[in-house]
Design a protein around this ligand. Structure first.
Ligand SMILES: [Zn+2]
Length: 456
């Protein structure tokens, strides 16, 4: 079939991004790349031994081939570690299962799988202080190249700090054959970077989390191209899926560069984290990307309403109201207890909300800053964002859920989720902004009443 132009484009962009990363040294996306996994491994790890880590499914579709190809290249390969756990997801007990096996050997783990296997292998490898690599089997999330692993511990999904993989090898034949719902989930996780970028623009203006220009460009420069062909994703088109894979991997590299997940996650991810922590499942499943996709529509709809309605005067009114409406820390704490008191999240949300709590004078300063920057800020946000209905259509074309009902969330619950999601994390976003401006009922609640986006 010869060289494909889009692989050249992708490779060039990835090579450039790798210069900025401390952990990941090589990323290859292409056709039949699993056949050359031996060379890829040797370049990264020289004469070290290898051990494939997979689950029953990923071992069947690619793990066995990887192990054979490594051995065929003259690498000493230990018997594979294959999880035999039905409906497995990343939880600490599975780390505890893998750790003794890795501790018995000095072989380099080669994860074969997507989110779950990668997170388990990433974290366990770090516990035995060893680098690892991954052969990704689906374009389902952006965690391949991010530092940190998302693992459930004490019934809460948590991110554990650990290095990103030394290398990532993607065989597009495997990704194209992956279940559509996995690639659709990855698509939703990628388009989320649109409102996430808008959130970063606001935080940058406030100075709480300044934009890292390099990391910003890694994600945002090609984002529109990566999500341009949702129908292609749905029909398993190779170019559409290669771009999707690249976008997800680049998002991870940007997190490595900036040493924060701010580059790839904003308020839309807080909806997902909230539902994770509520152990929300629909038809037995809890796809990260699907939840993030609905969160993406939710925050885009809020932004849209804000940009349609707010003016400089909105902030003047807000400033005047601070002395009347200001919510003291005690008031917020009481509210947190009401919302989270019976959940395992109470201490976390208290800590996170305390970090972003500001006194009246600082709140007034911020509101004045928004007012004085309004025309420029409004333009920047408008350039960054897409209309919520358009995002919804694109996500739907990629076959990911674009309405809350499709993931088992009622409108009523979604409305309450806006409130809870705002309190989940320190990271300043459109939800905090709406609250600070004192516009919750006119912006969020109004989305659910006659004429509002969610009342349709
Ligand atoms: Zn995500």
């Amino acid at each position: 079939m010869g060289a494909r132009n889009f692989y050249e484009e992708t490779t060039a962009r990835l090579e450039k991004a790798l210069q900025f990363c401390d952990d990941t040294k090589a990323v290859v996306i292409g056709d039949k790349t699993l056949d050359s996994v031996g060379d890829f491994f040797k370049k990264l790890f020289d004469v070290r031994k290898a051990i494939v880590v997979a689950d029953a499914t990923t071992f069947r579709i690619a793990g066995k081939r990887v192990s054979d190809a490594l051995a065929g290249a003259g690498i000493e390969v230990e018997p594979s570690y294959v999880y035999d756990v039905p409906h497995m997801h990343a939880e600490m007990s599975l780390v505890d299962m893998l750790k003794p096996r890795l501790a018995q050997t000095d072989a380099i783990p080669v994860a074969v799988g997507s989110g779950t296997v990668n997170d388990l292998c990433k974290y366990t490898s770090s516990l035995v202080e060893r680098p690892y690599m991954v052969c990704g089997t689906a374009a389902s999330m952006d965690g391949y190249t991010s530092f940190g692993a998302s693992i459930e511990f004490n019934e809460c999904k948590q991110t554990f700090s650990c290095p990103a993989p030394r290398g990532v090898l993607i065989d597009m034949d495997v990704v194209c054959a992956a279940p559509l719902k996995m690639n659709a989930a990855g698509f939703a996780d990628l388009i989320a970077k649109i409102p996430a970028g808008a959130d970063w623009i606001i935080a940058d203006l406030l100075g709480t989390e300044p934009i890292d220009q390099v990391a910003w460009r890694l994600v945002q420069d090609s984002l529109r191209d990566w999500v341009a062909d949702p129908e292609g994703v749905a029909r398993g088109d190779r170019k559409a899926l290669a771009f999707l894979t690249e976008g997800l991997i680049m998002s991870g590299l940007a997190m490595q560069k900036a040493k924060t997940s701010r580059t790839a996650s904003g308020a839309e991810h807080q909806f997902s984290h909230l539902w994770d922590n509520q152990h929300h499942k629909f038809n037995g499943e809890a796809s990260h990307g699907f939840k993030v996709g609905v969160g993406t529509v939710a925050t885009s709809a809020l932004y849209e309403r804000i940009l349609e309605n707010w003016t400089e005067k909105t902030f003047d009114v807000a400033i005047a109201n601070v002395d009347v409406d200001f919510r003291s820390w005690e008031t917020i704490e009481k509210e947190l207890e009401e919302h989270f008191g019976t959940t395992g999240l109470f201490e976390t949300v208290k800590r996170e909300c305390r970090k972003k709590y500001v006194e009246p004078d600082e709140l007034k300063r911020r509101l004045a800053l928004f007012r004085d920057s309004w025309s420029e800020l409004k333009q920047k946000l408008a350039d960054q964002l897409m209309p919520a209905a358009e995002i919804q259509t694109i996500i739907h074309k990629a076959t990911a859920p674009s309405t809350p009902e499709e993931i088992g969330i009622s409108r009523e619950r979604l409305q309450y989720s806006y409130r809870l999601a705002q309190q989940l994390r320190y990271r300043y976003n459109v939800l905090d902004w709406t609250r600070d401006v004192g516009q919750w009922s006119t912006m969020v609640d109004a989305l659910f009443t006659s004429g509002g986006f969610w009342a349709r």
